[in-house]
Design a binder for this molecule. Structure first.
Ligand code: DX5
Ligand code: ZN
Length: 250
């Protein structure tokens, strides 16, 4: 059977014979699985050491959860801590901002050493402006959606994004259980990203572990955030924990 790139489907007028032989396909832009340990589950009294340990253990990104006690019911860290950690790893700092308002803090997090800044679709009324502000800092743009938010919140901004984050728990705390209903959203976003032809990271955050990682990857994710599943068992276990999450690419 012949295959026709999806971009051409519906634009050609094949002969009746060709029409029976040709099938449209959409090449996937899904990339090799990458693991982003969330330092929310690290030992906060030794964060620099913890970051060095997961970097040596094979992590791909360092996921830094920033919470404000307003957008989410927890408080974590600010730009000064991100700046202090910067010297401890050469991996990209993937900064997940669960704060509102968010715009006033974006330049500070970029200056502190963020490589990716992810904001929540639910965190402000002027999301397009927020994404442009991240781009203006010369860092990668990420957009997160909560479990109760539809993919339609992402669609109008997809062309400006480098990363889409599907929250698979309600944000605020580590150690919660994966909400299986989010798998369908991951599939829908995989298809939307594939249709762009760009390799936008599709990241999943919350309740990811070695037992459900394969299913999440099969749904289309290519970056797995994992806090408790990475940091369990102490530093001697980090390499094995990360390896267990990095199941074979579908
Ligand atoms: C939750 C955070 C997550 C969290 C993940 O609001 O965004 O990054 O730390 O923790 P686990 O992997 O333990 O669910
Ligand atoms: Zn996070």
């Amino acid at each position: 059977m012949d295959f026709m790139p999806a971009a051409l489907c519906g634009t050609l007028r094949p002969s009746p014979l060709a029409a029976t032989m040709a099938t449209c396909y959409q090449p996937t832009m899904q990339q090799k699985t990458r693991i982003a340990p969330s330092i929310l589950s690290a030992n906060f009294a030794a964060l620099g050491e913890e970051i060095r340990a997961v970097s040596a253990a094979g992590a791909d990104y360092i996921h830094i959860d920033v919470m404000d006690g307003h957008f989410v019911p927890n408080l974590t860290i600010g730009p000064a801590v991100v700046a202090a950690l910067r010297a401890h790893s050469e991996l990209p700092f993937d900064v997940h901002l669960m704060i509102s308002p968010v715009d006033p803090y974006i330049p500070e997090f970029a200056a502190a050493g963020a490589d990716i800044i992810t904001v929540h679709a639910e965190a402000g009324a002027h999301l397009h402006r927020t994404i442009q502000l991240i781009k203006d800092q010369g860092v990668r743009t990420g957009l997160a959606i909560n479990p109760g938010t539809s993919v339609s919140a992402v669609t109008p901004l997809l062309d400006d994004l480098d990363l889409v984050l599907v929250m698979s728990v309600n944000p605020g705390f580590g150690g919660q259980s994966f909400i299986a209903g989010q798998l369908q959203k991951i599939r829908e976003l995989r298809a939307l990203i594939d249709a762009t032809g760009r390799s936008i990271d599709l990241q999943v955050d919350g309740g990811v572990n070695a037992e459900n990682a394969a299913e999440i990857i099969a749904a289309g994710a290519d970056v797995l955030v994992a806090g408790s599943a990475t940091f369990k068992g102490g530093a001697d276990q980090y390499a094995a924990n990360i390896k267990a999450l990095r199941t074979t690419k579908p």
